[in-house]
Design a protein around this ligand. Sequence first.
Ligand code: UD1
Length: 419
Amino acid sequence: MEKIIVKGGCKLSGEVNISSAKNSVLPIIAASILSGDKCYIRNAPMLEDVLVICDVLRSLNAEVNINRTNNIITIDTSKACTGEPNPELVRKMRASFLIMGPMIARFGKFRISLPGGCNIGTRPIDLHLKGLTALGVKIKLGHGYVEANTNKLIGNKIYLDFPSVGATENIMMAAALAEGETTIENAAAEPEIEDLAHFLNSMGAKIKGAGTDTIKISGVKELKGVTHTPIYDRIEAGTFMVAAAITKSKIKINGIMEEHMKPVIAKLTECGVAMEIQGESIIVDGDRDLRPVDIKTMPYPGFPTDMQAQMMALLSTVKGTSIITETIFENRYMHVGELKRMGAEIKIEGRSAVIEGVDRLCGAEVKATDLRAGAALILAALSAEGVTAIGDIYHIDRGYVEIEKKIQMLGADIRRLKE
Ligand code: UD1
């Protein structure tokens, strides 16, 4: 088992480059199933989750080539079959379920094990299934499997009870090859959905409104293979912004879209962090007296749930009382216990966490309980007195490209220990 060891207290300086967004690349790899032609993904982040979805496609006979030298993933699904994807891989990651929409659209039938993922809530798939049913898919559930069949997908009007990211993506991908027009209302508006729509449109799809709460899709008969470079990872960028704030340092982060960062920039500004945008870079100066803030996680363009744990680490070190309310997932406070081991003062009251900032966190033995929780522990450790050893870091590797190397380059005392 590997660990990340951090000796806290170092100031950070220099520049860091942000990778492409995990949450864009996963649906885009799934969407490549919609065409029998080859698709190329440039600047692909070599993350565990990305490798898993590539293996899921391989288990369906797709040829997937991962070139780590130039970070290009080539996907050829011309020989893909309707057989069942490897259930062990599917259970490793919830995003595996994103292949449902493309598989049913291309082959008319599909059987897949119910998905797994981070332990951050029950995360049902009812909205995905409701949407696909509205397009004419017959769904059978049983023995831990979803079985889907259709003679023909036909466009429809779909109103999502909640703007689920995955459900919006699955419906959008299936509707791209349906007959007629589909409208998704109360759709998720995350930048990654817009990126997926760009990918699909360059394949020949006709999608309008992605990135807003109403998406209109005019179905087409077929889609062609394309080359795509995904957007930058706004959560990785946000994590490094908090790294500057929590260590009271000034760093330059390369690879951001200002528009996508607005919710995080707004909160950090309220907190007192100074920031300056320079094109696709941001300079973050955390060497200030910071103020406590209240945060409520919301669907985009609200504050992202994927930045909640990192902000909690920061607010644990900011004098005064901050309140975080998690509205997206019902069980996303598993990092609280670990932060408390490091001296944080946090109380959970229902969906809210009340944080009393302390003068200093202290190093401890902790465990990453999920992906962003793990990132939060690294951030806490950077500011803490003494040494922190973070275990179960496979969670972190699911979503951050060589995080310890990137932080090391900024001058921190951090290393990966193979036990
Ligand atoms: C995606 C992101 C994840 C992020 C999340 C919320 C990817 C690969 N992952 O996950 O990093 O934290 O968006 O921004 O893009 N829900 C239902 N029924 C459904 C679907 C979802 O009740 O059919 C609920 C979930 O349980 C959860 C909430 O809706 O409470 C949000 O889920 P969703 O937006 O679907 O998140 P994911 O697509 O799984």
